[in-house]
Design a protein around this ligand. Structure first.
Ligand code: GTP
Ligand code: SPV
Ligand code: MN
Length: 645
């Protein structure tokens, strides 16, 4: 705490690289931490020069203390119309993940990204331009970049040490992490998104070699402040850099306080670092929701679904089925860690502890479960605030009094119908998963849940049918590798254009995408029950009216119902060049008006010819020889079939 006295002076802590450092502790018992953690903390005390070290204990008193302080400072606004909820507004320069400042640091470029045709023939790795499938940085450049940012970057601030677990603490599929941060908002968010508890110290202590992922985060705003702070949200947005060191199992994030940039358990650890752990240990770390569906017969099945950021995972994971007799329960809404068990069954855990969901578009009609979940204990970032102390964002227009006066995410007075937006398109709610009314009773089971179907999808305004099924695992892997979607506000790209987002992992690969596909293909082993693979598109537009052809949201259960039938081996599909399509009428559309089946499922030949060619160039240019031959072969087979359309 800023105002608290130092309670313990730990002198002469020996650094792993040599030398000693003095550690001023303001809370906790430094010498009781696992030795490796002591060394880790001491190393960054030496570098970042905080005025004190605060070892978080995960208690409710701690939460209260930190929340009170943030309210005092003006960063958190208590929402008087809701229960234990807060809102905050960021610096408008710090509103989303910054993909072009996110790097993977390895010895050779080829460890991080594939050497597609576009990148062949350079003398030196460092001369090669960045590609689309992740950004590589050499060790020496990373060292230079960090040396210009980190020294003294916590001066005048307290360094908080957060012990956290991804997955239930001590579970066989779980992993421990320790995040260092100088931003209180991050502590409160990490407490929601991960399991923050001192039990993690024991888990680390008991693991072979005291294993944990090192997460270093600083907003880069040492005191006295060098820059004007906007909205009480200090950052160094101009110099944001998020660097991953897969070999060292380390993440260093500088300059941003937002979402995936600063809550390092999420994309940095649970996807980028974990994908490398998964490669080494034989499992999968994926950008996927995990859901359970119980059908009319009372039979339950579990699905994992990969859609790019802001393409519908949270909505699908907790959907309220529009047709009677179905029940959906959520296990996770963003990340799945999956492995085959000794019986050959694929099992998935959700490594997270909360939901960091997109606010706009969420309402009592589209996602009542999310609305219900986020009525208490929730932190809202960059949403509008109503005069009666509640939240508002685009999509809620029909659900509040149209005369309500609202303060927008930029702090302006505003009313529905006026120009501009109340909430930022990437505004978010951050809420504990445990309070979701449809959370699955097994959501924290350390062994995970058995997966029967894997679903890929994206925003495809044209050409791509509502649903199709792959012919087999290899074909399914190719479908995932060829995934595309319209860009969204979740990162800095301009929303709108269709871009490749293979496996919905483009911003999250921790290593060479070609090798990642090899790893996926290697899952096909004797004795394993491979889940069926599907592709969905909720976002196809009527070319005449520009409206969605499919109602989406709760009606997506109708598509899942069809998938369940397929998994059960029912004869409800017809072969098509792109995969198995539903037989006409085999998806229950009762009660829906205006479903234009023929248009929803049409396969325009010209579109597909072009799409296959474009995908082929993408594979060759970006992945080249790193692409498994099996994937090229599958694409070639698709091309031949599409020619027969
Ligand atoms: P990240 O948290 O960024 O990974 O996003 P996500 O994949 O969880 O996306 P989310 O469910 O939050 O949805 C993003 C946006 O898509 C929201 O504005 C939703 O309202 C909208 N959306 C979700 N599902 C559907 C759907 O079935 N149809 C339509 N038209 N829109 C949808
Ligand atoms: C995403 O962008 O896919 C998210 C939000 O889930 S963030 O935590 O910012 O990565
Ligand atoms: Mn996501």
């Amino acid at each position: 705490m800023d105002s608290k006295d130092i309670i313990e002076e730990v002198d002469d802590v020996t650094l792993p690289e040599g030398g000693v450092v003095h550690v001023p502790v303001v809370k906790g018992f430094f010498l009781e931490l696992p030795l490796k953690v002591q060394e880790f903390v001491a190393t960054y005390v030496d570098l970042l020069q905080p005025k004190g070290v605060y070892i978080c204990d995960g208690s409710e008193e701690e939460e209260q203390e930190i929340a009170d302080k943030l309210v005092d400072r003006g960063l958190l606004i208590p929402l008087k119309g809701m229960e234990k909820c807060f809102a905050c507004r960021t610096d408008p320069k710090d509103v989303a993940r910054v993909e072009n400042k996110t790097f993977i640091v390895t010895e050779k470029r080829s460890e991080t990204v594939p050497t597609g045709k576009k990148y062949e023939g350079y003398k030196d790795d460092t001369e090669i331009p960045h590609g689309m499938l992740g950004r590589w940085m050499s060790r020496s450049v990373a060292e230079e970049e960090m040396a210009s940012r980190l020294p003294g970057s916590m001066r005048g601030r307290v360094m908080y040490i957060i012990p956290f677990s991804m997955g239930p603490v001590g579970g066989p599929a779980s992993k421990s992490g320790v995040q260092i941060t100088d931003f209180n908002y991050v502590i409160l968010s990490m407490r929601i998104m991960t399991r923050v508890t001192p039990e993690v110290w024991d888990a680390i202590e008991e693991s072979p070699d005291q294993e944990f992922v090192q997460c270093i985060h600083t907003i880069g705003a040492p005191r006295p402040l060098q820059r004007k702070v906007i909205n009480h949200w200090p950052d160094d947005a101009e110099h944001i850099m998020i660097a991953h060191f897969p070999l060292q199992r380390r993440v260093i994030s500088y300059g941003s306080g937002y979402g995936g940039n600063s809550l390092l358990g999420k994309k940095c650890f649970a996807l980028r670092i974990a994908s490398c752990m998964a490669r080494d240990e034989g499992w999968l770390a994926e950008h996927m929701l995990i859901m359970s569906v119980t059908d009319r017969k009372g039979v339950e099945k579990f699905f994992a679904a990969a859609f790019p950021s802001a393409c519908g995972k949270t909505n699908m994971a907790m959907m309220t089925p529009s047709i009677p007799g179905f029940k959906v329960q959520v296990i996770g809404d963003d990340i799945a860690w999956m492995r085959f068990d000794s019986n050959g069954q694929l099992r998935a855990i959700n490594p997270e502890n909360g939901f960091f969901g997109v606010a706009p578009g969420t309402n009592w009609k589209t996602n009542p479960v999310a609305m219900q979940t986020a009525q208490k204990n929730t932190i809202f970032t960059n949403v509008g605030i109503t005069d009666d102390g509640k939240v508002f964002w685009e999509g809620m227009e029909k659900e509040i009094d149209p005369n309500t006066s609202i303060t927008t995410w930029t702090g302006e007075k505003w009313k529905i119908g006026m120009e501009g937006k109340a909430a930022h398109p990437n505004s978010r709610f951050c809420v504990p998963a445990s309070q979701c009314p449809v959370i699955h009773p097994l959501w924290e089971h350390p062994d995970g849940v058995p997966i029967s179907g894997i679903i890929f999808g994206g925003r495809r305004p044209r050409g791509v049918p509502l649903v199709f099924e792959s012919f087999d695992w290899k074909h399914g892997v190719m479908i995932g590798a060829a995934l595309k979607s319209e860009a969204t506000a979740a990162a800095e790209h301009k929303a709108g254009g269709v871009m490749h987002d293979p496996m919905a992992m483009r911003p999250f690969f921790g290593y060479n995408f070609g090798k990642y596909l090899d790893h996926w293909l290697s899952m096909d082993q004797p004795g394993r029950q491979l889940p069926k693979i599907f592709h969905v598109n909720w976002f196809r537009l009527d070319q005449k009216t520009g409206k969605f052809l499919w109602p989406g949201f709760g009606d997506n259960i109708r598509v899942v119902d069809w998938m369940i039938k397929r998994i059960d081996g029912e004869d409800v599909a017809v072969e098509s060049p792109v995969g198995w399509l539903p037989k006409k009428g085999s998806i229950d559309t009762s009660g829906l008006d205006d479903v234009n089946w023929d248009e929803l499922f049409s396969l325009p030949k010209e579109y597909w010819m072009e799409d296959v060619e474009e995908t082929k160039s993408f594979f060759e240019d970006e992945v080249g020889k790193d692409m498994p031959q099996a994937v090229y072969d599958e694409l070639e087979k698709l091309k031949k079939r599409v020619q027969t359309l």
